[in-house]
Design a protein around this ligand. Structure first.
Ligand code: HEM
Length: 542
């Protein structure tokens, strides 16, 4: 097939059968892909087992193919183990382009779209008070007492990540199911969600399972296919979790309670359309999602929205600790606009352009999903004379694009000023026109992150309040008196493996910036308990 090989984009030569599989570290592929990008240019081809993979390394190429030619580039190369087996093909993240995905995406837009996502803001505001209070209470616990990291390097409930994760999960739970999670310590429901999400992230890593890249292995009997046995077992665990959450919504509906949240309104609308009972895993006539589809789809959105948000918060804190002058400048801006009599609020956003630029620069410098979620083509295509085969996995190399020195002056430096113009509100990174966007951390085209508006609102409200209310610092090394702070540039030591790359747990001490700040943080936490009662939601337990 040498003629075909000639017209494919350039790339490293591989070996028979495995292709480039052994050259690409499955759990941390982006540094290698960037090395290849600088060698082969804007578009490169690799072969992972039987899977064709095209990597787009410039914003121009990604804008052209993933956005402008979105009609062809919006499918997914579904990971067999994590999608077909673990999720029975029903999670949104890896669902192929087609009727089911379209029905789900359309239904979700009613909850997550730019307009409807504003309805979630009161909840984000309330929950952010709880997060701020929790971090204040955390104080220097993870520094002087229990460090919050177990023997396997995983965070426990006493690490400061726990209240941040609770915030993000609670907001997403509310958006999807109309309920919240009211404590982060010893909460088995929350742990189950984290376990499921963590497991999915590991099992879906491209190149992790040979059965993902060699379709013939999928016909092996169970005895020779341990991955299938494992995925089936985990499927049952997920099924129990996701279906349980939907069952709860059904019970609430039958009791006549008008609960908010995507699943509740969907079930009500479906019942109105005469489809109250819709067992099955597909679409009904009229394209309503049946029960199992709805359960897994909703769960996959909970997953897409929770840890992504929480770990972007953790990334921001790490960047601020590493750039004290930036932190000081952002804080001065917040202090000048907000003062000490109240917390930052939504209306302040326009007057905090530097602070918003700091969030954007964090997302540019350290995109949480460095290679995005790979798209896939539905038809053969050509780009600048190169053949892009049908069914090809297409990776938008966000990491490389964010480090493009033609687009970003001194790209490896953290410079929020690049997005900042004094006196002018900073626009967010989202929006359909990708050429006008300043970063690609939310992906492209029809597959663009559907929760980006919710994500940005969460980042704004939690982080503005954190900077406003709490001092935070890294512990000092007792010998050198220097801060013990992870080095952002040290890929392996500081950042996790996995296609979502998060900061490995690190220690921070938090303290109120003044007695007045502390008092307000406590008062607002108390006041929000009354809101929970009014909304018939669980009050916080600490
Ligand atoms: C800072 C936080 C977040 C980041 C960095 C992020 C990033 C991403 C990325 C890179 C994609 C893939 C885009 C593509 O295929 O081109 C994605 C998809 C998605 N995100 Fe987010 N996300 C975040 C928060 C959220 C939130 C809060 C929600 C929902 C409440 C959400 C819901 C989704 C959904 C449903 C998809 C799948 C879209 C599809 O496959 O059709 N995300 N996200």
């Amino acid at each position: 097939d040498s003629s075909r090989r000639r017209i494919l984009p350039p790339g490293p030569s591989g070996i028979p059968i495995l292709g480039n599989l052994l050259q690409l570290p499955a759990l941390r592929p982006h540094p290698k892909l960037c090395e290849w990008a600088s060698q082969y240019g804007e578009i490169l081809y690799v072969k992972l087992g039987g899977q064709d993979v095209i990597v787009l390394n410039t914003a121009e190429a990604a804008d052209e193919l993933l956005s402008r030619r979105s009609h062809n580039y919006s499918s997914r190369a579904m990971p067999h183990v994590a999608h077909d087996l673990l999720r029975d093909g029903l999670g949104i993240t890896f669902m192929g382009y087609g009727t089911s995905w379209r029905a789900l995406r359309k239904a979700l837009q009613v909850a997550l779209g730019p307009g409807p996502s504003k309805n979630l803001r009161p909840m984000q505001e309330y929950e952010s008070r709880v997060m701020l209070y929790d971090l204040m209470r955390h104080g220097d616990n993870s520094v002087v007492r229990d460090c919050g990291i177990n023997a396997h390097g995983e965070v426990t409930d006493s690490h400061w990540y726990a209240p941040v994760r609770r915030y993000a999960t609670s907001v997403t739970l509310f958006a999807i199911y109309g309920k919240r999670t009211n404590r982060f310590q010893n909460n088995p429901n929350l742990h189950l969600i984290y376990d499921v999400v963590d497991n999915f992230s590991r099992m879906s890593q491209p190149g992790n399972y040979l059965a993902d890249v060699f379709p013939f292995l999928r016909h092996f009997p169970d005895i020779l296919a341990p991955w299938r046995v494992k995925a089936r077992k985990f499927h049952l665990r997920e099924k129990g979790l996701w279906e349980g959450l939907v069952e709860e919504c059904k019970t609430v509906m039958q009791d006549g309670e008008d609960r908010g949240g995507f699943v509740n309104s969907y079930l009500r609308a479906r019942a109105k359309a005469g489809q109250e009972n819709a067992p099955g895993r597909g679409l009904t006539e009229g394209d309503w999602m049946q029960d199992k589809f709805l359960a897994f789809a909703a769960g996959s959105v909970l997953e897409a929205g929770s840890d992504t948000t929480a770990m972007t918060i953790a990334t921001f804190v790490l960047y601020m600790l590493n750039h004290p002058q930036v932190l000081q400048k952002a804080r001065e801006e917040i202090d000048a606009v907000v003062g000490t009599e109240r917390m930052p609020d939504w209306d302040d956003e326009e007057r905090l352009p530097y602070f918003v630029a700091c969030i954007k620069e964090t997302m540019r410098h350290r995109p949480l999903v460095p290679l995005g979620i790979p798209h896939a083509t539905m038809e053969d295509d050509f780009y600048k004379g190169y053949h892009i085969p049908k069914g090809c996995m297409v990776i938008g190399n966000i990491w490389a694009m964010h480090r493009d020195s033609e687009r970003f002056y001194n790209p490896t430096a953290f410079i929020p000023e690049r997005f900042y113009e004094e006196g002018k509100p900073t626009r967010w990174g989202t929006g359909p026109i990708s050429q006008e966007r300043d970063h690609y951390s939310f992906g492209w085209g029809r597959r663009f992150c559907q929760g980006s508006h919710i994500a940005e609102a969460s980042l704004f409200i939690t982080l503005s309040r954190l900077l406003w209310g709490l001092d935070f610092s890294a512990p000092l090394d007792p010998k050198t008196q220097r801060p013990i702070l992870p080095d952002i540039a040290n890929e392996e030591a500081t950042w996790s493996e996995g296609f979502v790359s998060i900061p490995n747990p690190y220690k921070v001490r938090f303290a109120p910036r003044s007695a007045k700040h502390a008092e307000l943080i406590c008062d607002e936490f108390e006041a929000v308990q009354a809101e929970w009662r009014r909304m018939r939601l669980d009050v916080d337990e600490r």
